[in-house]
Write a protein that binds this ligand. Structure first.
Ligand SMILES: [Zn+2]
Ligand SMILES: [Zn+2]
Length: 722
């Protein structure tokens, strides 16, 4: 690095002076104060600062220390000459395409930043030169808020840097210092961490992926968010084409190659609380970023923060133990294991109590299926998209619809929703439909209330992945059966069901309650994000319906935990995804199961037979030592006996076995009497309606049907399934 610096027309120090004058000019006396203050409080020019780092501590909900985030000194400095050109070019193209031409800063970027500051706070690092980024990483505490003063200091230090070092030296320092998630600093550590390679062996696609991480090492990590990493890599490759470093063909070839990531060493598999801590890290990054901290990932690792979480160590540990036992899961197929994830929240406030994002930790930073896997929810979506909004509209557990085959025309094609086993039960109540997970009932009900209504309600429950516009969207009847464009995450499912447990009030789930710096100064404190999404009566009716699922012949009977609980199974076509989502007054939890490969189906795995028992095992342990609580009953509900074939009051001939005690919102008890049960005389010999010629007549009760189904007048048999 001994080559001479190229000459420049204008001395950098002059330009800095100009900029400072510009600031003074624009802000008058205030600006002058800023500049003077900035220079007075300047961090020392102290290259030894590069290594200063303090451990971040993470605590559970009881304040017990559960983890430390270490900055691991695995930085191995490498000479620029060892780095492949495409690696350097990937960073230059994405972070600073004028790096070799500017004096350490860019006037246009500063002008933009000044304007942005006037409009509303300093934004991200976008627009910062590589020199400024290096100065920023090296000399400043990342968890301090970004102020104008600091921008000025960065500028001055950047110019000092450019005077002292050549461009190549600065680029080399930058590439050896940049943070790549997982405690890896510098391109050499990153090449090892992600690809198990020496930096000189990196391929174009790998270099592009690493360059993409500069924008957000956790957000674009291929371990954490494979899709986001791939998208980001494509953006970098496109930038490289634009800058003329590579051809379109080279970019395309690199895009087509999947990442070949290194797997985690077996010995390190047993990281307790790993999935929860990983999520805490991501939420922390997001929170710090929102509070104006520029390099939140580094702040999380570097600045000795104290992070207080909502994790219940006992529940988390229980869930991890269960996920480590093969007996809870169906056997593997073709060398692929059936994956699963669970999220547990406190319905009263949204605290995330436990998260397990997979059965094993097979990569250094594992994909967290509990928070990031979007999978089809199947019937577990019915309460969210159909039944809760129907209850709000005044339908009730006693509302009767005909369970019979039905065909809809959607976008020009016919769609016939089928029941499991192709069995149809005739007229049934909402309670039976929920208990036995009857598809036709749910679809017909969504048709009545309208798919747009169902979708809007699901969104109000915090389901963020629904598509409401565009060519392919979720505003259609398959929403009723959880046939979605993108699927849903277990965490959002748990938080949505928690609304039913919490009298209709939604709480946004969260994992971090407080962050302080090492001196106890509060950097962030959680404030509840609540909203009322349904009335308490409808929420209770939903709970009452979902309690029926937990008793035979309910589809979730295997998940019963010996105390009041409500839940729903979900199983998608070909057993590709299986769910159990349920709650008590104390906890709500969602369990998903399936292969990572969404085209692979599990055989004979349903929401009730594998996810249900996992839910039961975790929830049983979670409730240990807690008093048995019933769901609180709000005022405004009443009971009445109705005929379950018509959903109306008995007309006096309704058979006793068809009369059920049902719960209603006040004012919603039917006033009409059953018109479906009729009494008539039949001929004992022929079994047909009696005529004047008939010698022996007997009186029987018939069901008269107005809708499709078996022909009217058929005598009731004892063994009908409803
Ligand atoms: Zn009746
Ligand atoms: Zn006769």
């Amino acid at each position: 690095m001994e080559e001479k610096k190229p000459k420049r027309k204008l001395k950098p120090s002059r330009i800095v002076l100009l900029v400072l004058m510009l600031v003074v000019f624009m802000f008058g006396g205030v600006g002058l104060g800023y500049v003077v203050g900035a220079i007075k409080n300047m961090p020392e020019w102290d290259p030894s600062k590069l290594n200063a780092s303090e451990t971040t501590f993470i605590y559970d909900s009881k304040g017990e220390l559960v983890s430390r985030l270490h900055y691991v000194e695995n930085r191995e400095k490498v000479k620029l000459s060892r780095m492949p050109d495409h690696l350097k070019n990937a960073f230059l193209a994405t972070e600073d395409d004028k790096f070799y031409d500017h004096p350490g800063f860019r006037i246009d970027a500063i002008a933009r930043a000044v304007i942005a500051n006037i409009v509303g706070g300093w934004g991200s690092e976008g627009g910062s030169t590589i020199t400024i980024q290096l100065v920023n990483h090296a000399f400043f505490n990342q968890s301090k808020e970004k102020k104008l003063e600091r921008k000025i200091q960065e500028l001055i230090l950047a110019v000092q840097m450019e005077r002292k070092y050549t461009k190549d030296e600065i680029l080399e320092m930058y590439l050896n210092r940049i943070y790549f998630d997982g405690g890896a600093y510098g391109v050499q550590a990153a090449a090892e961490y992600y690809f198990g390679k020496k930096v000189e062996d990196l391929e174009l696609g790998e270099s592009a992926m690493l360059a993409g991480l500069a924008k957000g090492p956790a957000r674009y990590s291929p371990y954490r968010h494979p899709e986001a990493a791939k998208d980001r890599q494509a953006t970098v490759l496109d930038r490289m084409v634009t800058c003329g470093y590579i051809t379109e063909a080279q970019a395309k070839q690199a895009k087509d190659e999947p990442f070949k990531l290194v797997k985690k060493e077996e010995s390190a598999n047993k990281n307790a609380y790993q999935y929860f801590i990983d999520y805490v890290f991501e939420e922390g990054v997001e929170l710090l970023e929102k509070s104006g901290i520029e390099n939140p990932e580094q702040a999380m690792y570097h600045d000795g923060l104290r992070i207080f979480t909502t994790m219940d160590s006992k529940i988390q540990k229980t869930a991890e133990d269960i996920y480590a036992q093969d007996k809870y899961f169906p056997p593997s197929k073709n060398g692929q294991i059936v994956q699963s994830a669970i999220a547990v929240v406190n319905p009263k406030n949204g605290e995330i109590k436990a998260l397990v994002g997979g059965r094993n930790v097979d990569q250094k930073r594992s994909f967290n299926r509990a928070t990031d896997a979007k999978r089809q929810p199947g019937s577990s979506f019915k309460p969210i998209a159909v039944y809760a909004p129907a209850l709000i509209k005044g339908f009730g557990p006693g509302t009767v619809l005909e369970d019979s085959p039905v065909t809809y025309t959607i976008g020009g094609t016919n769609w016939t929703p089928r029941n499991y086993n192709n069995q149809y039960l005739g007229p049934i109540t909402m309670r039976t439909a929920v208990q036995l997970s009857v598809n036709t009932y749910a679809v017909k009900m969504l048709d009545i209330i309208g798919p747009a209504e169902g979708l809007k309600f699901a969104q109000s429950m915090g389901i963020s992945t629904l598509v409401s516009k565009g060519a392919k969207n979720d505003v259609n009847l398959s929403l009723a059966l959880g046939g979605l464009t993108h699927g849903v995450t277990p965490l959002e499912m748990a938080a949505a069901y928690a609304v039913f447990a919490n009298q209709g009030v939604y709480n946004k789930p969260f994992a971090i309650s407080k962050i302080t710096d090492k001196d106890g100064q509060i950097i962030y404190e959680h404030r509840p994000e609540q909203r009322v999404v349904m009335d308490p009566q409808s929420a209770y009716l939903m709970t009452h319906l979902l309690q029926s699922v937990m008793v035979p012949p309910g589809t979730g009977a295997k998940a019963a935990i010996g105390r009041p609980a409500a839940g729903k199974t979900g199983t998608t076509n070909d057993d590709t995804n299986a769910w159990f989502v349920g709650y008590t007054p104390d906890f709500a939890a969602a369990v998903w199961m399936g292969y990572d490969n969404q085209n692979m189906s599990m055989k004979n795995v349903y929401g009730g037979n594998y996810p249900g028992p996992i839910w039961k095992a975790v929830m049983t342990k979670a409730h240990e030592g807690l008093p048995v609580r019933s769901f609180p009953v709000p005022a405004g509900l009443t009971e009445a006996t109705v005929c379950k074939v018509s959903g109306k009051l008995s007309n006096g001939v309704c058979p006793a076995e068809n009369l059920v005690k049902e719960i209603f919102a006040q004012g919603k008890v039917p006033t009409e009497v059953c018109s479906m049960h009729v009494q008539a005389e039949i001929c004992a010999e022929s079994g047909l309606l009696a005529t004047v010629h008939c010698p022996t007549r007997i009186t029987e009760v018939f069901v008269k049907r107005s809708e499709t189904g078996p022909p009217p007048g058929e005598p009731i048999e004892d063994d009908l399934p409803w």
